[in-house]
Design a protein around this ligand. Structure first.
Ligand code: NDP
Length: 332
């Protein structure tokens, strides 16, 4: 009788007759979804997919009402999961959060303990979200190239969408690992920023958006692509014999107008990267490697902080390609 109901502020996405709407509202803790761990969210982030979700530009959200936010970092409050106890610091990326499971843009989350990753000892919760899904995906892409056998002596690595979240983190990690990085961007004004992150050379996005030849001049030994479409097709056609390209995004489109030529005549590998359902052992490996291979001063340079109330506008801006680097969200 009269039990105290906790409510918290959250970015809530609803669907009505007029379509999808997103507001900063109160959310009832009793309406959290099932899970064996409840944690207090301290930081979240804005990724491209969050932009799609909060604006409704693509049907990312498949349950209503939804709390947006594919990323969260915070502190466990209660747990029935053997690995977690109250007070543990945790990171959550993906697993459908912000899509099919209530996400990180609110002060509380409840989820399966199996989804959580421990916050690495030397990374703060804020830094973990400055990295966020975009940064952890960049690390997965680097791991994919390494598993394929790519080493710095095989030539430069091209990074597309370089001023964005995945791109910025990829540039910084690759540079720290000793790769020569070619950053491709549609924002020439960010040349200085990209060179500070470690790019040796900055090229114009237009160099990769023209007509795709089956095989182009061999320009790089490997690539990390967050753009897709013609850009990825051109990256493949310009990759040196035996190289590998990690595909992780679709900021320029979901199609891939390529031919089999790069694969059958140059033995190039196209390596798919998925962060959402990525198995635990690989997630933990990626977070361990982020701890050692991402320069924290560079991370700070690429990060801007916003509050929960700014998330909806930030979601619009990221889809316009107007966000540089990463946006971390202070919760509460
Ligand atoms: P951002 O918006 O931060 O970065 C995308 C960058 O791509 C932009 O900054 C811009 O870089 C470039 N870009 C944007 N629009 C276009 C366009 N029309 N043509 C060419 N280039 C364009 O997003 P994120 O870094 O968060 O995500 C990047 C992509 O990776 C998204 O498609 C996202 O969905 C995907 N992704 C996939 C994941 C997975 O699990 N596979 C996980 C995380 C992200 P610049 O101005 O420098 O050219």
């Amino acid at each position: 009788m009269g039990a105290c109901v906790a409510r918290f502020r959250a970015i809530v996405i609803n669907k009505g007759e007029g379509g999808q709407s997103t507001t900063l509202s109160d959310f009832d803790e009793n309406d959290l979804m099932e899970g064996d761990v409840t944690f207090r969210v301290e930081w979240s982030a804005v990724n491209y997919k969050d932009g799609l979700a909060v604006t409704g530009k693509a049907p990312v959200v498949r349950r209503f009402p939804m709390i947006g936010g594919i990323d969260a970092a915070g502190t466990v409050e209660t747990s029935n999961h053997p690995e977690w106890k109250a007070g543990d610091k945790v990171i959550l990326n993906g697993w459908g959060c912000g899509e099919t499971h209530l996400g990180g843009y609110g002060e509380k989350m409840r989820c399966k303990g199996d989804w959580l990753v421990p916050l690495p000892e030397t990374i703060t919760a804020r830094e973990a979200m400055a990295i966020g899904t975009a940064g952890y995906t960049a690390m997965l892409a680097v791991l994919a190239l390494e598993s394929y056998g790519i080493t710095p002596d095989q030539g430069p690595v091209v990074v597309t969408g370089a001023s964005g979240g995945v791109g910025s983190v990829a540039v910084a990690i690759l540079a720290k690992l000793g790769h020569e990085v070619i950053a491709s961007t549609g924002r020439p004004q960010e040349e200085g920023y990209l060179k500070e992150l470690g790019a040796a050379q900055v090229i114009a996005r237009q160099e990769l958006t023209g007509p795709v030849r089956p095989l182009g001049k061999e320009r790089w030994g490997a690539g990390i692509d967050s753009v897709g479409s013609t850009t990825l097709a051109n990256v493949l056609s310009m990759t040196r014999y035996g190289g590998g390209v990690a595909a992780c995004g679709l900021a320029g489109g979901m199609d891939l107008p390529t031919s089999v030529a790069p694969f059958i005549l140059r033995g190039i590998g196209l390596l798919g990267v998925d962060s959402v359902m990525c198995p635990q052992h690989l997630r933990r490996k990626a977070w361990r490697r982020l701890e050692s291979d991402l320069d924290r001063r560079k991370l700070a340079k690429m990060t801007d902080e916003i509050g929960l109330a700014d998330v909806i506008d930030a979601g619009r801006r990221i889809l316009e390609g107007a966000v540089r680097g990463r946006l971390v969200v202070r919760i509460g």
